[in-house]
Design a protein around this ligand. Structure first.
Ligand SMILES: Nc1ncnc2c1ncn2[C@@H]1O[C@H](COP(=O)(O)OP(=O)(O)O)[C@@H](O)[C@H]1O
Ligand SMILES: [Mg+2]
Length: 263
């Protein structure tokens, strides 16, 4: 099982959209995908059409030591695709962030062992150095950063990367965590503005080859799909966004090629 965290220290820059875009693409390739919604706003959970019973969310893993088998117990199947299951997020997670837990950082990693998923994607919260993000960094084999082409996105990646560097320096728990990409989202592909082009240049200065192509184009259909709690690929106009995620998936998960009957 390959666990990937999607991160940034800023909100509203496309972390959840990227997590779900990759999940949908991998699911179409026949991959069994597990999503861990670590964000107290639980945006991924809602968008994926999941309505979790009270108390049955990721907090049940992060709040106690007896976590063996908990991932399969808590996971629910998304209306998006039968190959996508989700460990729901919850507002209650916010309380855990401020309550230090002995050995807590190890719970998520332990809980995910033996889950019947080929790929796990962790939708991470923004908070620097907190319990939730430490749990994600401890569990993940690799990390990707999401960013918009602007100063918010750029500094979000910068801070997230410095947090990861500190984690790798100070925590003995996961020294092999790999940074595998910076994903540029909401790219104005029809008319690339001067601001967006400037932000791209700055992002490449900061992160070099980590900035992957293609970029995810900005499309209104993504917002409508979110409001309707469906996948944008269900709409013809969402196809360019689907194609962009497919291109990035070829790079990030080459072991799972496109299928002949890819719709
Ligand atoms: N490619 C896109 N085109 C248009 N809107 C987008 C796109 N990607 C994300 N958005 C919108 O931007 C907002 C923030 O995205 P989100 O993925 O929730 O960010 P984060 O998880 O970092 O907070 C959401 O309203 C989302 O619908
Ligand atoms: Mg989010």
């Amino acid at each position: 099982m390959l666990i990937t965290a999607v991160a940034s220290e800023k909100g509203g820059i496309g972390k959840t959209t990227c997590t779900l875009g990759f999940a949908a693409e991998l699911a179409r390739r026949g991959v069994r995908v597990g999503i861990v919604d670590l964000d107290p706003r639980a945006t991924a959970t809602t968008w994926l059409g999941i309505d979790a019973p009270p108390g049955e969310h990721i907090g049940a893993i992060l709040g106690q030591d007896d976590v063996d088998g908990a991932a399969s117990d808590l996971a629910l199947t998304s209306t998006w695709h039968e190959n996508i299951t989700v460990i729901p997020g919850s507002r209650d997670l916010a309380a855990l962030e401020s309550a230090p837990q002995e050995y807590g950082d190890l719970r998520l990693r332990r809980a995910l062992q033996g889950w019947d998923r080929d790929v796990v994607l962790i939708d991470s919260p923004n908070r620097q150095g907190g319990y939730l993000i430490r749990s994600a960094l401890t569990a993940a084999a690799q990390i990707i950063y999401a960013t918009t082409p602007d100063e918010d996105g750029r500094s979000g990646v910068e801070w997230a990367r410095s947090n990861v560097a500190r984690f790798k320096q100070l925590s003995p728990l996961n020294p092999d965590l790999r940074e595998v990409g910076v994903i540029l989202t909401r790219w104005p592909d029809t008319i690339p503005t001067r601001d967006a082009l400037g932000a791209l240049e700055a992002l490449e200065q900061d992160n070099g080859d980590l900035v992957l192509r293609p970029f995810i184009p900005e499309r209104v259909v993504v917002r409508s799909a979110r409001a309707g709690e469906v996948w944008w690929g269900d709409y013809a106009r969402g196809q360019v966004v689907v194609d962009a995620f497919a291109g990035l998936t070829d790079t990030l998960w080459p072991q799972y090629p496109r299928k002949d009957d890819h719709r």
